[in-house]
Ligand binder design. Sequence first.
Ligand code: PLP
Length: 408
Amino acid sequence: MYTINEHYLKLQGSYLFSTIAKKVADYQQSHPEARIIRLGIGDVTRPLVPAIIEALHKAVEEMGTAEDFHGYGPEQGYAFLRECIARHDYLSRGCAVSAEEIFVSDGAKQDVGNIQEIFGLNNKVAVCDPVYPVYVDTNVMAGRTGAFSEKNGGYEGLIYLKCREENGFAPELPEERPDLIYLCFPNNPTGMTITKEDLQKWVDYANAQGSVILYDAAYEAYITEEGIPHSIYECEGAKRCAIEFHSFSKNAGFTGLRLGYTVVPRELVCNGVSPHELWNRRHGTKYNGAPYIVQRAGEAVYSKEGQAQLKEQVAYYMENARLIREGLKEAGFTVYGGVNAPYIWLKVPSGRSSWEFFDDLLEKVQVVGTPGTGFGQAGEGYFRLTAFGTRENTLKALERIRGLKAGD
Ligand code: PLP
């Protein structure tokens, strides 16, 4: 008889968002009249901006002509997009990242999930707690952890960097040395971020310890304050120890189109071996490149019109974030995040667990959010709301949650 990858059996329950979807579907089925507002999953709601639609149309037309038809493209992405990314996201910020170090893909999720493949199975992994679950689950699947321990609230063998109110939801350098360190700023789920000085401490630590930082910058476009790094490569020495992931999902609404990229610097070298070469090899073996049409749409993100239109789009979501944050504060809730990120990390009123609060919101006021505990043990007592809804729904949801609080 064949065998299966037994590490999959260690995975805890179904993926967080499937659990939520099921609860919501069950509720809707038993209450067909309910008008549920979803501020749970981090999907966007605004349509693609005109500059992107125009680029898509143009690329579609090209594909219908013999002269401009595009078949398989370079696996790493077309030069027109990689050069645009290098110029706008790095060189303009004083970071020396070259187009050649950028690998275009169809989204950050697959890259942050797959990157662990090029590292040894005996590597010790550190993640923040709470955490975007993909970092953890993909290492569990690969066999880099032991079983899940109910007692410890995590997988054996993983180093959890607790991010709590006491430390401003910023991870502290671990006592036990990790090989791979996943960091995500602005953070999903807490919506909190880190100063350049604090990130520099992580870079210095990784360089001193011989660790690699896997830096997820999916929410970089939402940074509004000065002194918050948009890229880890703003830190001295980061090209020797960090891989960075970006997504077009949240800055440009590509959750349905799919586009992202990963920077694997040439200077990153492990015992004479180049992770850049390994990732290049992996990309070429397992991936045939993001669609030409979508890469042209990605190019439009960096055009003058695209940049202006997307600035407005991000501002729209950030106004939602401000409304939720201020509105809930006024109603007496303790809230974090929402200043440099589209996520609000709400402290659950005392006496309720995250899932109990989820049920309260769903059943009493028909608002869906995400229980903090779904992101890890340290998320217990917290609840994530996203600013990605429409203004109308955001205001309605806010009103309903305030009503619930008033009725406490
Ligand atoms: N990284 C983080 C931290 C995210 O929150 C998400 C999506 O929610 C992703 C990556 C995935 O992005 P993409 O849509 O590009 O796969």
